[in-house]
Structure formats: structure tokens, C-alpha cells
Design a protein around this ligand. Structure first.
Ligand SMILES: C[S@@+](CC[C@H](N)C(=O)[O-])C[C@H]1O[C@@H](n2cnc3c(N)ncnc32)[C@H](O)[C@@H]1O
Length: 266
């Protein structure tokens, strides 16, 4: 099975806890040049009334809510869910001081333990590419959405982080390039047609920015976070570090183009 959709690998290794994801988020947060941070931007795209029932699939440690806590309407009831028990536990701890607004549930996105028409919005932020049978998830999302409800599904463009993928490929590292290589990978290019088969209206809002990485170590941590022990050798990582450091010395930064976006479907 492709690693990106292998439930055991995802729940027990890659997302056993938030460490790998945090390493990737840290790179974006430290070196992103966009005006609005990603999780703040996603929140701003959601058009919901002061009273709303919201479900997040694949919530991770709850970054969407941590980063928007200051503007969360008090009338929202948010259910956070994730395949990984470790992630659900982390999200619960991270949001403990706003507990009445949030509930946390461990579940995969292919079988949702919720009644029909239970939510006004479902969010799937950078997680649909991990779901082996996406049609099952789309059927489930439609079932749990109330009439007029919407799915907010975010992912990357095919060429996102191309400079990093090219460097990894040149060095034989099985990193981001391998993770996204499957022809079935849920990316911005594939998503619109796929969602249109399930939802009458689909809109894509894109967000492009550049990472200007001015220190090698956070990038090495990012690369490490994508692979297990078999994905690279210490020597490959040293060569990667040397190339990135040389580029930072010569040009001030290792620049990486980033293409992300959000589908709004309903
Ligand atoms: C890239 S992280 C995104 C986390 C969070 N949405 C964010 O944007 O910060 C993907 C998350 O999806 C979860 N996940 C993977 N496969 C899943 C599935 N089939 N059902 C539900 N969650 C899943 C992982 O455990 C992980 O927490």
C-alpha cells in the first residue's frame, strides 16, 4: 500500500504524536512570506453564522483552533476528530482551557460516528490525501452535513515545494516527492473534478507564497519528518545540509515555492 494512505503507518508511526507535523508546521511558520498564516487564512474563508456545528476530520493537534482561538464565536460547537489516538489526545490537551466549545473523537474519515445532518460545516485540512477510499468519505460527509452545509477541503498544488522535491530526488532521498507521487494523490489539480462528482457547487481558493529558508536545520527536520529510517541515510542528509547551506550563503536563503488552496464544496 502507498505510505500516504497506509492507516497503520499513519496512525502508529507518522502521526503517532504531533512531532513530525510540528516540524513541518515550524518550517512554514518561520520562513513563510505570506501575509496571513495558513491556519488563520483557512479560518477566514469559512462563512458560518455565530451559532454553528463544525466537524474537523484529521484535526492533528488542533492548530486550526489554537491559532484562531481569539476570534472563535462562542456559539460554535466544534468536534475535532482524527484517526490517530495520539493526535486526538494532543488536541484535547491543547484546547483544554476552551473545553466547552470543543469535543474530541478518535475516528477515521471513512466511517463517521455521527447522526445524519449533524453539522453545518466539515473541514478536511491537508488530510484527504491520507484517506484510501475517498468516495466513502465524501458519502459520509454528505450524510453528516445539514442541508446547505459545506465541506472545506484544503490541500497542496502538484508543484508545491518543487525545489525541495528536486533536491531530494537528486540525492535519492525518499521524502516529500515520494509521499506525493501516487497518481491518485489528492492535490489541487485533481480535487475539483473529484469533488464535483459529489457536490453541486465547488469553488477553489488558492494561496501561493514562498518559503525563504535562512537556516538549514529546520529544513533538515522537515525532511526527516517525512520519512522513516529507510527513507535516507545520514550521508544523504549531510549532502542535503551542505547544499542548502551553500545556497543560503550565496543567496541569503533557500527559496521554495508553495502552492496551497481550499475547496469549498456544498
Ligand atoms: C497533515 S496532518 C493535518 C493536521 C491538521 N488538519 C492541520 O492542518 O494542522 C494529517 C492528519 O490526518 C490524520 N489522518 C490520516 N488519515 C486519516 C483518516 N483516514 N481519517 C482521519 N484522519 C486521518 C493524521 O493522523 C493527521 O493528524
Amino acid at each position: 500500500m502507498v505510505k500516504a494512505t497506509d492507516r497503520n503507518y499513519l496512525a502508529d508511526e507518522q502521526y503517532r504524536d504531533a512531532a513530525n507535523l510540528n516540524a513541518r508546521i515550524a518550517l512554514h511558520q518561520r520562513f513563510g512570506t505570506g501575509e496571513v498564516p495558513w491556519h488563520r487564512w483557512v479560518f477566514e474563508q469559512m462563512d458560518l453564522p455565530p451559532q454553528a456545528r463544525v466537524l474537523e476530520l484529521g484535526c492533528g493537534p488542533g492548530q486550526l483552533w489554537i491559532q484562531n482561538r481569539d476570534r472563535l464565536p462562542g456559539g460554535w460547537a466544534v468536534t475535532l476528530s482524527d484517526l490517530s489516538g495520539g493526535m486526538v489526545e494532543q488536541a484535547r490537551r491543547n484546547l483544554a482551557d476552551s473545553a466547552p466549545l470543543f469535543s474530541c473523537v478518535q475516528c477515521g474519515a471513512q466511517a463517521l460516528p455521527f447522526a445524519d445532518s449533524r453539522f453545518d460545516a466539515v473541514i478536511a485540512n491537508h488530510m484527504l490525501y491520507h484517506v484510501p477510499d475517498r468516495p466513502r468519505t465524501y458519502a459520509e460527509v454528505r450524510r453528516v452535513l445539514a442541508p446547505g452545509g459545506r465541506l472545506y477541503a484544503a490541500t497542496n498544488g502538484r508543484d508545491s515545494m518543487a525545489e525541495l522535491k528536486a533536491l531530494e530526488r537528486a540525492l535519492g532521498i525518499a521524502g516529500a516527492a515520494d509521499f506525493t507521487a501516487s497518481p491518485d494523490f489528492f492535490d489541487l489539480e485533481r480535487g475539483e473534478a473529484e469533488l464535483a462528482a459529489w457536490f453541486p457547487h465547488v469553488e477553489l481558493r488558492r494561496q501561493e507564497e514562498e518559503l525563504r529558508v535562512a537556516e538549514a536545520e529546520p529544513l533538515i527536520a522537515y525532511v526527516r519528518s517525512m520519512g522513516d529510517g529507510a527513507a535516507f541515510t545520514a550521508e544523504q542528509l549531510n549532502r542535503l545540509r551542505a547544499q542548502v547551506e551553500a545556497e543560503i550563503r550565496d543567496k541569503g536563503a533557500f527559496r521554495i515555492g508553495k502552492v496551497t488552496g481550499l475547496f469549498i464544496a456544498g
